[in-house]
Design a protein around this ligand. Structure first.
Ligand SMILES: [Zn+2]
Length: 101
């Protein structure tokens, strides 16, 4: 049995959208790591789903720097079978403020 993370540990809910062409739910996974420093590569960034939560780790951030750069997002409803990368829904949630410079 896996303990659920506390609400304080969560980075909010996973953003999902409905694909207008198919009507299917698509999970929108952050395109950058939690620190906002690195673009995530779907083939190299471990994504795990445990107990209704999605974790996206960043292989380029130093795991020794505390929590690291993993996203921890609550999955609203059934886990979507499709996913895409887009950081637009998460711009206000990066650990470091992005200045656009
Ligand atoms: Zn990173």
């Amino acid at each position: 049995m896996t303990a659920s993370p506390s609400a304080a540990a969560l980075d909010g809910a996973l953003f999902c959208r409905i694909d207008p062409a198919t009507g299917r739910t698509v999970a929108v996974v952050p395109a950058r790591c939690r620190e906002g420093l690195h673009w995530l590569d779907p083939e190299q960034s471990p994504v795990t789903i445990t107990g209704g939560h999605l974790t996206v780790a960043c292989p380029r951030c130093d795991p020794a720097s505390g929590r690291g750069a993993a996203w921890l997002l609550a999955i609203p409803g059934p886990c979507p079978a499709l996913a895409e990368l887009d950081d637009a829904p998460y711009l206000g949630r990066y650990r470091w403020a992005l200045t656009g410079e």
